[in-house]
Every structure is written in C-alpha cells, then in structure tokens.
Design a protein. Structure first.
Length: 147
C-alpha cells in the first residue's frame, strides 16, 4: 500500500485525467435508453445514453458539464459499466453509492472509482459524484418496465 500522501496524489491524478480526457463523451445516435440529471447546488449537468443488447450494456456515452468530480465520476462510470449485464450494472450502482454515503470501503469491483472515496468527507460534493449514477439508476428502471 502506498503512503497516504502518495495515494492522495495518485487519486487526484486519476480524477484529473478523467476530467481532462473524459472517456465515452459524445452522443449515441440510436440509444436504447437515455436520461439526464442536473445538480442545482453547483450546476453540474449530465446526459447519459446507452445501447443495451441481450441484457448487456454494449455502448454508453455521455455529455455534460460541471466540476471535475461530476465529470470524472461519469467518465469512470461509463468505462466500468460497458460490457456488463444490467444486473451487474445495478450492483455497481449499489456498491458505488454505499462507498459514497455509508462509509463502506471501496469494493474491488469499483476499480479506479476508489479514487472518489475521499469525496464522501464533503457531503455537498457527494451529489456531484453520484449525479450520473442516479441518472443511470433511473434509466435502468425503463429496462424493467419494458419487459
């Protein structure tokens, strides 16, 4: 395990990398599912689009603007859910929200999202980190209702 200051630097670098070079940014012309979210406290916005095929997330893209926490969290989320089943994605949502709101350590399945664990010390910023996850959770409700 890295000493605390080095770990903080590594986490800061991961967050800034995803903020400066977001993964999966753009529009999906033929999305199966889409939704948007807005954080009125700070102005963060995110629009999420998914293509789901045979119960798996085949493609995911997002558009948005906001702070480094909201945009990095969204970028990391899109990377980790691609290729996962809807059930696995729902589990990821629960694991991430538990890490952010229940003082649970980051589950290994969250990978680089562990970099956001320190955000929970700042309750106002938790809303930034969870914005896209809440949008994802909402649009996955459509999957259940479509069956």
């Amino acid at each position: 395990m890295l000493p605390e200051p080095e770990l903080d630097d590594l986490y800061r670098d991961i967050i800034l990398d995803h903020y400066r070079q977001p993964r999966n940014r753009g529009k999906l012309p033929k999305a199966d599912l889409s939704g948007e979210g807005y954080n009125p406290l700070c102005g963060d916005e995110v629009t999420l689009q998914l293509i789901v095929d045979n119960g798996k997330v085949r493609q995911v893209m997002f558009e948005g603007r906001g702070c480094s926490i909201s945009q990095a969290s969204t970028s990391m989320m899109t990377e980790i859910i691609k290729g996962k089943t809807i059930a696995e994605v729902r589990e990821m949502i629960e694991l991430f929200k538990a890490m952010m709101t229940k003082d649970q350590p980051a589950a290994p399945e969250l990978g680089d999202l562990e970099a956001l664990e320190g955000v929970r010390k700042f309750p106002v910023r938790v809303k930034c980190a969870t914005l896209a996850w809440n949008v994802l959770q909402d649009i996955l409700k459509e999957v259940k209702s479509k069956k």
